[in-house]
Design a protein around this ligand. Structure first.
Ligand SMILES: [Zn+2]
Ligand SMILES: [Zn+2]
Length: 182
């Protein structure tokens, strides 16, 4: 997922629009999530003489693991991202601490995958759910309840004493709200 900005680099202020496509993957992904599939990145690169400023919009799909039923599912993502690319990112950061991320520019080429990956990681849900009403796993046998009922008696087993207290407290407060009390 690379763009060659050699042409605009010579002229500060010059811009070029681009559209690239590629896989975004990383070994540093948080447990249980995998960034996969092709991301399409569209945007504009503007020369700042010694580097470029990139403003991009990325769309693609990531594969995640549901935190409730442990099943994997895909999620469409749409992200806006901006960054700067410099031959020597560390120097750039030293002389002018940036609010945007700075990535390396190699031989006039920006590799956008790192920039997109950063943005994806920032936007991944903390507790991914395959659907809002995911039924999760049976606490007795571990079956995925989205795939049908396993027939276990879950009325008692699996629910701890604390869990029951918590549930009844929640129900109480729900009733309170409905009656106009808080
Ligand atoms: Zn689920
Ligand atoms: Zn079961």
């Amino acid at each position: 997922m690379k763009i060659d900005v050699t042409e605009i680099l010579k002229t500060p202020g010059a811009g070029m629009s681009f559209e690239v496509e590629g896989d975004v993957r990383s070994p540093e992904e948080p447990e249980g999530s995998q960034v996969m599939g092709a991301f399409v990145v569209r945007g504009v690169a503007t020369s700042i003489g010694i580097g470029v400023y990139v403003d991009a919009h990325a769309t693609g799909t990531v594969e995640l693991t549901c935190s409730r039923c442990l099943g994997s599912f895909t999620k469409k993502m749409e992200l806006d991202s901006e960054a700067e690319f410099f031959e020597n990112p560390d120097e750039r950061l030293k002389e002018d601490p940036q609010e945007v991320e700075v990535f390396p520019l190699k031989n006039g080429v920006c590799d956008l995958s790192e920039m997109v990956r950063h943005e994806i990681l920032l936007n991944l849900p903390m507790k991914p759910l395959c659907s809002h009403d995911c039924k999760g796993l049976c606490p007795v046998c571990g079956a995925n309840l989205n795939e049908g009922d396993c027939g276990c008696d879950r009325s008692d087993s699996g629910v701890t004493v604390f869990g029951r207290k918590l549930l009844s407290a929640l129900n109480e407060s729900e009733r309170g709200k409905k009656n106009g009390r808080s």
